[in-house]
Design a protein around this ligand. Sequence first.
Ligand code: SAH
Length: 272
Amino acid sequence: MKADIVTIFPDFFRGPLDYGITRRAQELGLATIQAHDLREFTHDRHRTVDDRPFGGGEGMVLKPEPLFECLKSIQLGSREDRLAGNMKQSVVLLSAQGQRFTQKAASELALLDRIVFICGRYEGVDERVAEHLADRELSIGDYVLSGGEIAAAVIVEAVMRLLPGAVGNEASTLQESFTVDPKVRASGGADSTCGSNGLLDYPHYTRPAEFLGIAVPVELMSGNHEEIRRWRRQRALEKTLRNRPDLLDGAALSEEDKKFLAAIRDDNKDRG
Ligand code: SAH
C-alpha cells in the first residue's frame, strides 16, 4: 500500500510514522508513505496556498488550484473509476465535517493499494476539493483540530497495522476493541479466544502477580480456559456498558452475554 499525504507541513510526518508497526510495515516493504509539499504546486513568488473566503468572515481557506495540480501529479485513476470501485484507490479529505473514522472504515481502507490524504489548514479547504477531487471526507472525532496532519497520521497508523504481515501476531488484530470478526459473528457469539466482536477489549494483566498490594484477578491465574474466557468476556461487557453503551447495539452477543448484561442492568436498577 502507498499513502500519499498532501500537506503544507511535509516534515511533520518524519516523526510520528517512523515508529513501531508503521515503521515495520515500511521496512518490510508492505507500505510506503510519501508526503507532498503543497507549496511546490504554487506558481507565485510567495508560494501562496490560501486566500480570503468569498462572502467574508474569519480566517483563510486553502485554494483549490495547488491541490488539483498536486493530485494530477500523483496520477491516480479517474474519480469516476475510483468511486465506482474499479480502482483500489481513494482520495480522503481530512475534515471535521467528514464521516467519522471507525475501525470498520480502517479495515475497508486496508484493502486498497493507494490512499491520498489531503490535509486542510486554516478555516478549511475550498469546497470544490470535497466535491470534485476527494472521494470521501473523514473526521477522526467530534472536535476541531488546527490541521489535517494529525488526523492523517491517525488514519495511516490504524490502517497500516491491519496490512497482512504488519503485526507479528495477526490473530491479535481480530480480538481488539471495536473489531467484529466475521467468522465469529456468523457463529453468533463469543469465541474461545474472547474476541471483542464489537465490544471494548477486556482488561490485560502481566507480572508481577501482586503489585503495591494489588493482586491480579484470580480467574486469570486459574489455568482454566473456560473460566478465563468467561471472565474476560464479562469484563469486556461491563466496560462497554459503562463507557460505550452505544457499541452494544452493533456487537455480536451470545445468549450468555445477553443474560449477563440483563443481570447488571437489574443490579444497577436495584441500587437506584
Ligand atoms: N472550519 C472548520 C475547521 C477547520 S480546521 C470547521 O469548523 O469544520 C482546519 C483543518 O483541520 C480542516 O480543514 C481539516 O483538514 C482538519 N481537521 C480539523 N478537525 C478535524 C477532525 N476532527 N478530523 C479530521 N480533520 C480535522
